[in-house]
Structure formats: structure tokens, C-alpha cells
Design a protein. Structure first.
Length: 162
């Protein structure tokens, strides 16, 4: 770190401690040439996540937008807001842990549907109907049949075991 007083690049850290609830590290430094002390703050550099929409336009990932979509799908359903916030956290963590800094809205929608399917099937169908933009009742019914077949599969396996 370069000394702000004399410009010397050789400085040493004499004290480090967390700042801002652990979001940053405060470092007291000493210039080895002019012996002056100064403070620096170190923080994690984050690269923004960019969403590629269906029309090929790009925008910054907005967790609130995803949360609002999930809330609408879960309206009048027994799903807590905390559960939905956990879903958004999980999706965001999955996206950030990947190597890609650009992700398609399709990928985000698929992740959301996967999680909703485990939480509430009605909310899943609501979200899927908007997200997948079912063109007619037949495609909507095909999705429902697929969901029912997957749900009934473990029941059929248990019956065959008995």
C-alpha cells in the first residue's frame, strides 16, 4: 500500500480489526520511510451479476424483482416470507458461486421453479404458468400431468414393494 504522505510503496500493517460488522477490515499502517501512520479499509470486491433477458437485453440482477415474483406466486398460500427470502438467497448464492457473471433469465426461472416445486405445488404451477407463458390449456395440462406423475411415482413404488 502506497503511503499517502510520501508516496513510498513500502508500508507495514501494525493493526488489523474488523469494521462494519465484518464487512470490511480496518488496517493501521506505518510508512517505513517517513514513519507516519495511516488507515486503510479492505473489503470484498464483488462482480455484479448480469441477467440476459428473453429479448437479449441485459440488466443487473435484482433480488427484489425475483422475490416479488415468488410472493405473487405464493399469494394466499401457506408459505412464509422468510421461506421465500431463503429461496432468493439460495438462488443468488447458486448464481454467484458459478463462474459466469452473466446468467439468463431462463436459468433463474428454472432455479425458482425447482425450489417452489419442493415448497408448494400450487405456487409452482402459478409461477410456471407466468414464467413459461403457456400458449394454451393443453400445454398447461401437460405440465400439471407431469407434476402429478412425479408426485405419484414414490407412492407407486411403495405399493409395489408391499
Amino acid at each position: 500500500m502506497k503511503c499517502p504522505f510520501c508516496g513510498e510503496a513500502d508500508t507495514k500493517v501494525i493493526d488489523s480489526r474488523p469494521a462494519d460488522d465484518g464487512e470490511r477490515i480496518r488496517r493501521r499502517r506505518l510508512c517505513t520511510v517517513c514513519n507516519k501512520r495511516f488507515t486503510t479499509y479492505e473489503m470484498l470486491e464483488t462482480v455484479p451479476l448480469v441477467v440476459i433477458k428473453k429479448d437479449k437485453s441485459r440488466e443487473a440482477f435484482d433480488r427484489l424483482k425475483l422475490l416479488n415474483g415468488l410472493v405473487r406466486a405464493c399469494e394466499k398460500r401457506p408459505v412464509s416470507l422468510q421461506t421465500l427470502e431463503n429461496v432468493v438467497d439460495s438462488i443468488e448464492q447458486t448464481l454467484l458461486s458459478g463462474y459466469e457473471r452473466e446468467v439468463t433469465s431462463i436459468r433463474i426461472g428454472e432455479l425458482a421453479m425447482d425450489q417452489l416445486k419442493q415448497i408448494d405445488e400450487v405456487a409452482y404451477v402459478r409461477f410456471a404458468s407466468v414464467y413459461r407463458q403457456f400458449s394454451d390449456i393443453d400445454t398447461f395440462m401437460a405440465e400439471l400431468r407431469s407434476l402429478l406423475a412425479k408426485r405419484d411415482q414414490p407412492r407407486e413404488e411403495k405399493k409395489s414393494e408391499n
